[in-house]
Ligand binder design. Structure first.
Ligand SMILES: [Zn+2]
Length: 128
């Protein structure tokens, strides 16, 4: 079995989830090195196909490559941490993550970035 370059993925991500930006130290669960393009779609183990994701983002994303933009109801491709710049697709409104492009909206929605518990956790971190 090939060993994933976990250390390098963590370092590159600054040990934050590359989708919701949660710092790993704030999570009770070790973050996942996830395949951006899932293996079932032909994704490989190269660094360009790997991202650090919190367990919630990784669970919600699953093998999805696209999602529905809740504003237009159109199918759009998900945020790609290697190709896309976070700040071009998302912004923070207080402790909520708001998508500012179709891709950002669809990704925030599919990954349930503003689920109540996640917003509460961000608020708690903000107060530290
Ligand atoms: Zn996340």
């Amino acid at each position: 079995m090939m060993v994933l370059p976990r250390k390098e993925v963590r370092r590159r991500a600054n040990t934050q989830c590359e989708y919701c930006m949660l710092p790993e130290e704030a999570s009770e669960v070790t973050f996942h090195v996830e395949h951006i393009l899932a293996k079932q779609h032909g994704g490989d183990d190269s660094l360009s196909n790997l991202a650090l994701a919190c367990d919630r983002c990784n669970f919600c994303k699953g093998p999805n490559l696209s999602a529905i933009d809740p504003t237009t109801n159109e199918i759009v491709t998900l945020f790609h941490p290697r190709h896309d710049k976070w700040s071009e697709h998302f912004t923070m409104q207080g402790v909520e993550i708001v998508g500012i492009t179709p891709c950002g909206r669809a990704t925030a929605n599919l990954l349930q970035m503003n689920a109540p518990k996640r917003v509460q956790l961000r608020a708690a971190l903000d107060r530290r």
